[in-house]
Design a protein around this ligand. Structure first.
Ligand code: BG6
Length: 522
C-alpha cells in the first residue's frame, strides 16, 4: 500500500504549485530492492541516499521498497541507518530527514558487510533480498547499483552470477543493473567490460548512467526541438553556422587527483556527457518517444561523426592544464600541485574538439565541444549560431548585425535564450542584439530535482531512455581514441597553459579562429 507522506509538485514537502496544476508529476516506480555496492563511498552519501529519500518523500517510490548497502565496512543495519541519516541531513535538497518519514524509511535499510571478492557476501546479500521480499513486499524485483571504482565492476557482476543473483536465476521479478561511469578507460577496456556485463545481463537490463542526461534542461532539448514547430525547420546546415557545446567548471580536481590524473578532461567529460549532449542536439526526430527509438537516433548521430583526421589532431583539438590562479577572488593551486597528481603531469584539465557530422542535415557544420576545470565560471550550455542575414538593409554605418543565437542553458542557469536584432528606439535605424529569455525556475515555479533522483526513479520503473546504450558508448570511444592516443604520445610542453579562473588556453581560441569563429564567453 502506498502511503502519502508529503505534498508534491517539485518542492519536497511543499504545497501544490498552481503553475503546474493539471500536470501529473508523480511517476510511481515498481516495488523493488535496490542494492548499493560501495555504500560507504562518497557518491552514495552525497547523491544516492539523498535521492532515495527524496523519491520516497515525493511519493515517487512506493512504500514497498528495500535498500541494501554492501561494502567492506564494519557496519550493521543500525550503523548504516545512522550514517545514511547523517548524509541525508547534510546533503538532501529537502533538508534534514524528518519523522515520521525517516523512521519508516530507516526500517527499509539494511547492510551487508563483505568483500566484493567473496561469494559468501553475495550469498548473504541474496538471503537479505529474499527476506525483504517476504517482509517488505518487494516482489523479487532487484536493482543493483555499481557505485564502486570501475575496476570492480566486472568482479561484482561475476559474483552476482555465482551467487544466483543474475537475471536468469530470478524467477519472480525483474533484475536490472545501473553502472556508473566511466564505462572503460578506452575502447578496448570498454569492450572488455561490455563482454563481462553481457555474459550475465542482456542490454535491456543494463542502465549505464550519465548524470547529465538526468538534468532537467538536458531533457528539455528534445521538447524544445520536437514539441515546437518553429525551431526544427531551421535546425540544419541551411541555417546553422556552427554549434558550441560547453561544460565549464570552476572546481579543480578536489580529492580525486588519483583518478583524474589517469583520466583527463577528454575521458572524464567529453567522451560521455558532452557527446550525449551532441547526440541530443543533432539527432533526427525519433519515430516515437520510446527508449530504443530515441537511442537509435542518438546512435546514428555518433556513427555519422567524421573520424578525426590523424594528421590534423593538433589543429582540430586543443588541450589545456590549469596553473595556479584565483577563483572568485580566492587563490587556488595549479593542477600539478593538487594532491595525488604527478608534479610533471601531462594530463589535460581542459579539452576542446571540433567535430563534423557527415549526414544530410549537418554536412560541413562545425560542432565545437569544450570542457574544462578551474575556468572562470561554472557554465554548461549548448549554443546554436545561425547564419548571417543574406542581405543587409538596416543599421547605421558601424552597427554590426549579429547572428541569431539560440542558447540552451543547462547549468547553473536553466533555460533557453534567443538573441535577435532589434531597432534601437530613436530617429535613426540603429540595430542592436536583444534577447528573449526563458528560465525554468521562474517559468514553472520549481527547482529541478537533482539528476540522480530522476535517473534512479527511471531505472526502478524500467525506463532506459536517459541511460546510454552500449552502441553509443562504443561509438563515442571510437571517436575520441585517435585524440587520446596522440595526446598521450606527445607531451604538451606548454602545460600548465591557463591560469585558474580564466577562459582556458589560447590554443583553444586559435582552433576556433582558424574557422573564423570565436568561443562564447564562459
Ligand atoms: C563527473 C566528472 O562525471 O561530472 C567530474 O567525473 C565533474 O569531474 C562532474 O566535475 C560534473 O558534473 P556537474 O553535474 O557538476 O556538471
Amino acid at each position: 500500500m502506498t502511503q502519502t507522506i508529503a505534498g508534491s509538485n517539485g518542492v519536497p514537502g511543499g504545497d501544490v504549485n498552481p503553475l503546474r496544476a493539471g500536470v501529473a508529476s508523480s511517476r510511481i516506480t515498481d516495488p523493488c530492492n535496490i542494492v548499493f555496492f560501495g555504500a560507504s563511498g562518497d557518491l552514495c552519501k552525497r547523491m544516492l541516499m539523498p535521492a532515495m529519500y527524496n523519491l520516497r518523500l515525493e511519493d515517487i517510490m512506493p512504500a514497498n521498497f528495500g535498500i541494501v548497502g554492501l561494502s567492506r565496512c564494519p557496519w550493521d543495519d543500525a550503523a548504516f541507518q545512522a550514517e545514511m541519516r547523517k548524509s541525508i541531513d547534510e546533503f538532501s535538497r529537502s533538508g534534514a530527514a524528518k519523522d515520521p518519514l525517516w523512521s519508516d524509511f530507516a526500517k527499509h535499510l539494511s547492510f551487508v558487510d563483505g568483500s566484493f571478492e567473496d561469494v559468501a557476501a553475495f550469498k548473504d546479500l541474496r538471503r537479505q533480498l529474499e527476506d525483504n521480499d517476504a517482509k517488505l513486499g518487494t516482489g523479487g524485483n532487484r536493482l543493483f547499483y555499481l557505485s564502486t571504482p570501475p575496476s570492480l565492476f566486472g568482479k561484482i557482476i561475476d559474483m552476482l552470477d555465482e551467487a544466483g543473483l543474475g537475471p536468469n536465476a530470478n524467477k519472480t521479478g525483474w533484475t536490472r543493473i545501473i553502472i556508473e561511469k566511466p564505462f572503460g578507460t578506452d575502447l578496448d577496456s570498454a569492450r572488455a567490460l561490455q563482454a563481462e556485463v553481457s555474459k550475465v545481463f542482456d542490454e535491456r537490463s543494463v542502465y549505464r548512467i550519465d548524470h547529465y542526461l538526468g538534468k532537467e534542461p538536458v531533457q528539455d532539448i528534445m521538447a524544445l526541438r520536437f514539441a515546437n514547430v518553429i525551431f526544427e525547420p531551421l535546425w540544419n546546415r541551411r541555417y546553422v553556422q556552427s554549434v558550441q557545446i560547453t561544460a565549464a567548471e570552476t572546481v579543480g580536481v578536489e580529492e580525486r587527483g588519483g583518478y583524474y590524473d589517469h583520466a583527463g578532461a577528454l575521458r572524464d567529460m567529453i567522451q560521455n556527457h558532452v557527446m550525449n549532449l551532441l547526440a541530443l542536439v543533432a539527432m533526427e526526430p525519433p519515430v516515437s518517444p520510446t527508449a530504443d527509438n530515441i537511442r537509435d537516433e542518438k546512435f546514428k548521430v555518433l556513427s555519422a561523426l567524421r573520424p578525426m583526421d590523424r594528421t590534423r589532431i593538433f589543429q582540430d583539438t586543443a588541450r589545456g592544464q590549469y596553473d595556479a590562479g584565483s577563483i572568485s577572488g580566492k587563490p587556488v593551486p595549479g593542477y600539478r600541485q593538487e594532491p595525488n597528481v604527478d608534479p610533471l603531469s601531462n594530463t589535460e584539465t581542459y579539452a576542446a574538439v571540433k567535430l563534423y557530422i557527415d549526414n544530410w542535415r549537418w554536412a560541413d557544420v562545425p560542432f565545437f565541444l569544450r570542457s574544462g576545470k578551474r575556468l572562470q565560471r561554472k557554465n554548461s550550455e549548448i549554443a546554436i549560431t545561425f547564419k548571417s542575414i543574406p542581405h543587409r538593409l538596416f543599421g547605421e554605418a558601424g552597427d554590426s548585425i549579429d547572428n541569431n543565437v539560440l542558447v540552451m542553458k543547462i547549468q547553473p542557469e536553466e533555460g533557453v535564450s534567443l538573441s535577435f536584432s532589434a531597432k534601437v528606439p530613436g530617429p535613426k535605424m540603429h540595430i542592436r542584439a536583444v534577447s528573449m529569455d526563458f528560465n525554468y525556475g521562474t517559468g514553472f515555479g520549481v527547482v529541478s530535482a537533482p539528476a540522480y533522483e530522476r535517473l534512479i526513479g527511471d531505472a526502478m520503473r524500467g525506463d532506459a531512455t536517459l541511460f546510454t546504450r552500449w552502441d553509443a558508448v562504443q561509438q563515442a570511444w571510437v571517436q575520441v581514441m585517435p585524440i587520446l592516443e596522440q595526446w598521450e604520445a606527445a607531451t604538451d610542453e606548454s602545460f600548465p597553459n591557463y591560469p585558474a579562473g580564466t577562459q582556458g588556453p589560447a590554443s583553444s581560441d586559435r582552433m576556433l579562429a582558424s574557422e573564423g569563429a570565436e568561443w562564447r564567453k564562459i
